[in-house]
Design a protein around this ligand. Structure first.
Ligand code: WT7
Length: 566
């Protein structure tokens, strides 16, 4: 029996108080995600249950029970407190997928500070704009990443503490740096968890837009309510499950479901902190007897590419439920997994801004391959006419995906960017920036994004950020960045540039430019190709028309060019 039972029954009279009751929360109570994900699970008698099975390079393994997670997150919280960090301060987690990241996240929340997870592969520029926007007080990182932080010291006066989790303190640290060893520090058995309330800020996730700097999506502790219930009903996490969420907590999937959803349900989860290969992934499932798997279309397409023979080498019989998020899950991928793994991937649609799953396929509900499924109970979703913002009620008509605000995990602000936040709302609807249809059976079908943001392998890349990095190179006069089709990642980044006089287009220069921006961006944002242009297409008002370059790459109609310069 699945946790959700019947979707059709659950949507009748649904109320989020179902989750509140299960969590023992009443309006006005304190609510702290750090406490709910560790102390509460221990109080429920699961102190000795495994919370985390971690594997790193070379097969190194570490295991932590819920009590270990409870005590170590206390220890981290206390350490930060002793440094003078307090509630509301932004604490950045800038680490690989090591145990300190997962447990440190809870420690930051227990202190009442705001966790700002950032992908550890970010270069110094990508790191800097995000720290700058948040005016981050402290950063927890590793030796291998600290050089990127050191480059910013002068430009980041707000950054008072740089905490290294794998440093012995013997070699010289600069005066802002300290070291902390989570496993060896004096354990703090009891910590006074900060009395955060429903609307206290919890997590700040950065997401990319078309123009301007990345946006800091502010979430609150009350998000737990929907993260807990969606993990329970959609991922169907049950007592004996071994759960594997493949996402990095630098992105929202890795926190909402790689930490909060999993641990608030008392689930044992595993983490593989090595690069992707089909063999190592299947081996990891086999070794840990993974039963519930949450991944992304790009990974699934890579598994498909690796072929069906490799699957046969492993015993994957522990798998009982599979789910996906991040980009459109092609029907082929669903059909493939049903044939080869014996189970379909269940697609889920949501965003950094929504904080929790919005449109999903549920255990027990028929899967239509290629469809995102149906809105989660309690979610009022609509398709709006792009011109009038009126609701489209007939099936099969594409329009804007919109949600009625009010579900618990909804973002509460773009950090220091109220103007952009306000633009996301029209007539009482939150506009997702995506387009979809629904069919006569109420299933939703993704159509596309509404802006120029590139979705490469489930990760949003801002054309603006890549263009800015390109412009810093001495040879580049102008740049425009668009998505180009790709078999595995669906979209990859392609850059168009015009050169300043005196520079010669060619492979040598391309290599030089690539090396130059590599240090500033993350590997995901790196262009796969640079194309030289004499001029870039622009509107009469001087705006680069990425849409035209995009159409060229995808072999599409160019569309309305009435605003083109000449
Ligand atoms: C954007 C949000 C939420 C976790 C991962 C990404 C696209 C997400 C699907 C899906 C088609 C999807 C949308 C959305 N997207 N899930 N199931 N089918 N598209 O979070 O980085 O905020 O990206 O990812 O375009 O707006 P994010």
């Amino acid at each position: 029996m699945s946790n959700i039972g019947s979707y059709d029954e659950r949507i009748k009279d649904f109320d989020w108080s179902i989750a509140e009751k299960e969590l023992g929360y009443k309006q006005g109570d304190n609510i702290n995600i750090g406490w709910y994900c560790s102390d509460r699970i221990c109080e429920m008698g699961k102190a000795d249950k495994l919370a985390l099975i971690w594997e790193g390079l070379g097969g190194v393994e570490k295991r932590y029970t819920f009590n270990d997670v409870r005590v170590r997150s206390n220890t981290i919280a206390k350490y930060l407190q002793d440094l003078g960090i307090k509630d509301g301060d932004r604490v950045c987690l800038f680490m690989d997928k090591i145990p300190e990241l997962y447990i440190g996240f809870l420690g930051v929340l227990k202190l009442g500070a705001i966790a700002q997870p950032l992908f550890s592969a970010f270069g110094d520029e990508s790191l800097h704009v995000r720290l700058d926007n948040a005016e981050t007080t402290a950063i927890i990182t590793q030796r291998k990443h600290v050089s990127k932080v050191r480059k910013l010291l002068e430009r980041a006066p707000y950054l008072k503490h740089i905490i290294l989790v794998d440093h012995d303190g013997k070699k010289s640290l600069n005066d802002r740096e300290t070291f902390f060893n989570m496993d060896e520090a004096e354990p703090v058995e009891n910590f006074d968890v900060f009395p955060t309330k429903a609307n206290s800020p919890s997590v700040l996730h950065y997401t990319s837009g078309t123009t301007g700097q990345p946006k800091g999506v502010k979430h609150v502790h009350y998000s737990l309510i929907s993260q807990y219930l969606t993990a329970k009903w959609v991922l169907d996490i049950q007592e004996d499950d071994i759960y594997w969420c493949t996402a990095d907590p630098g992105w929202v999937t890795g926190t909402s479901y790689g930490i909060i959803g999993a641990w608030s349900n008392g689930a044992t989860q595993c983490v593989l902190d090595t690069g992707f290969s089909a063999e190592s992934w299947y081996a990891f499932v086999e070794k840990n007897k993974v039963s519930m798997w949450y991944s992304a279309p790009t990974a699934i397409r890579s598994l498909m590419k690796a072929g069906n023979d490799v699957v046969k080498k492993y015993d994957l019989s522990s798998l009982r439920h599979l789910a996906s998020v991040g980009e459109p899950l092609n029907a082929e991928a669903v059909i493939w997994s049903e044939k080869v793994l014996g189970l379909p991937f269940y697609d889920t649609f949501w965003q950094t801004e929504t904080g929790s799953m919005m449109i999903c396929n549920y255990p027990g509900m028929k899967v239509k391959p290629g469809s995102m499924g149906k809105p989660f109970p309690g979610i009022t979703a609509a398709i709006l006419d792009p011109d009038t913002f009126e609701e489209i009620k007939e099936p099969n008509k594409p329009g804007l995906i919109a949600f009625r605000p009010g579900w618990p995990a909804m973002m509460r602000m773009y950090w220091r960017n109220e103007e952009t936040y306000n633009k996301k709302f029209v007539n009482g609807w939150y506009l997702s920036g995506d387009r979809s249809t629904f069919d006569a059976d109420g299933y939703w079908w993704f159509v596309g994004r509404d802006d120029d943001v590139i979705n490469t392998g489930g990760h949003l890349v801002s054309p603006f950020e890549v263009e800015s990095a390109l412009l810093e190179h001495e040879a580049v006069a102008e740049s425009a960045v668009v998505a180009k089709p790709d078999e595995v990642n669906m979209e990859v980044v392609k850059a168009f540039v015009t050169l300043k006089p005196g520079f010669e287009a060619g492979e040598e220069l391309e290599l030089q430019i690539m090396n130059f921006i590599r240090k500033k961006l993350s590997p995901l944002a790196m262009p796969q190709e640079i194309e030289y242009m004499e001029t870039l297409p622009k509107t009469r008002s001087g705006k680069i028309m990425r849409r035209m370059l995009h159409a060229k790459e995808w072999g599409l109609e160019i569309g309305d060019t009435s605003t083109l310069e000449d």
